[in-house]
Design a protein around this ligand. Structure first.
Ligand code: ADP
Ligand code: MG
Length: 267
């Protein structure tokens, strides 16, 4: 294992931000993640794909601190992320898209972002206060970034599904993250909405130098927007590289298209 002596973290101009080495996680006798290693640069959009049960969510939950690995290392800018609570990770600049459950339907779009800003600032709201006066300009700026500013004053329960996803993204940006994790962000979306959300994510990566790791079940959006693609099957990383390269990989094709076929000669 290498030791890191740098005191400050350089995340500018595509330095390695997230480094994952030899990650292992088993559930009983089921090796859900088997010796997975990869890295992620600042300003990079990295897709983790693979069929159901491949180990994507488990890998994802190891990175976001919901699960502890059996072995292996995860570092952000050279600092270990292991054994840290989700709120600690959040303050280190690791964010993930909020699930709908964390959105308050009766509050406006802006107020939900303000709740996320409060939380990012370590503040909690007294029952008699409203979030409505908290960092209004910053909340609006976040909404502009996800192109939701025109809906700012609508209650969330009146939003279309695609707009809820944009709101989740705005809320995930409230702590000015270096690393954003998205587990199947486009699940349940129509093709148009999927493309719009990924195009937006792409722009945020470019504009903010954000590093994004996202898992995806379907392949279409991945190859259009990701800088790099990791493919998992049965717990192991079977391919990684540029989208075109991964798409042409025979092992990847077998996993996705070769149902029932086995690969002569491959382990
Ligand atoms: P994916 O997200 O690629 O569909 P998962 O990471 O959810 O795959 O699952 C990988 C494997 O680990 C599967 O065989 C799944 O059944 C198993 N698994 C996932 N989470 C748990 C858990 N909490 N307890 C037991 N087995 C699990
Ligand atoms: Mg999953």
């Amino acid at each position: 294992m290498s030791t890191h002596t740098t005191k400050h973290v350089n995340t500018q101009n595509g330095g390695t931000l997230l480094e994952i080495q030899h990650l292992q996680k088993a559930f009983g006798g089921n090796q859900a993640v088997n010796d997975v290693s990869f890295s992620l640069q600042a300003g990079e959009l990295l897709a983790l794909i693979g069929p159901n049960g491949a180990g994507k969510s488990t890998t994802f939950n190891l990175v976001n601190g919901q699960l502890a690995p059996d072995s292996g290392s995860i570092t952000l800018g050279g600092v270990s992320l292991l054994s840290r609570k989700p709120h600690e990770l959040w303050h280190m600049g690791v964010s993930r898209t909020f699930q709908m459950a964390q959105i308050f339907g009766s509050l406006t779009v802006t107020e939900n972002v303000q709740m996320a800003l409060l939380s990012a600032d370590g503040q909690s709201l007294s029952p008699w206060q409203r979030a409505a006066h908290y960092r209004c300009a910053d909340a609006l700026q976040l909404l502009e970034q996800v192109q939701l500013d025109t809906q700012a004053h609508r209650p969330c329960n009146a939003l279309a599904y695609g707009d809820v996803k944009r709101l989740e993204l705005a809320m995930a940006l409230a702590n000015a993250p270096r690393l954003l994790l998205m587990d199947e962000p486009t699940a349940g979306m129509a093709p148009d909405e999927r493309h719009a959300l990924m195009a937006l994510t792409r722009r945020l990566v470019n504009q903010r130098g954000l590093a994004v790791l996202f898992t995806e079940h379907s392949m279409d959006v991945v190859f259009e927007y990701a800088d790099r693609v990791l493919v998992m099957a049965r717990g192991a990383l079977i391919a990684q590289g540029a989208p075109a390269q991964v798409k042409a990989d025979p092992q990847v094709q077998a996993v996705y298209f070769g149902r029932g076929k086995t690969f002569g000669g491959s382990p």
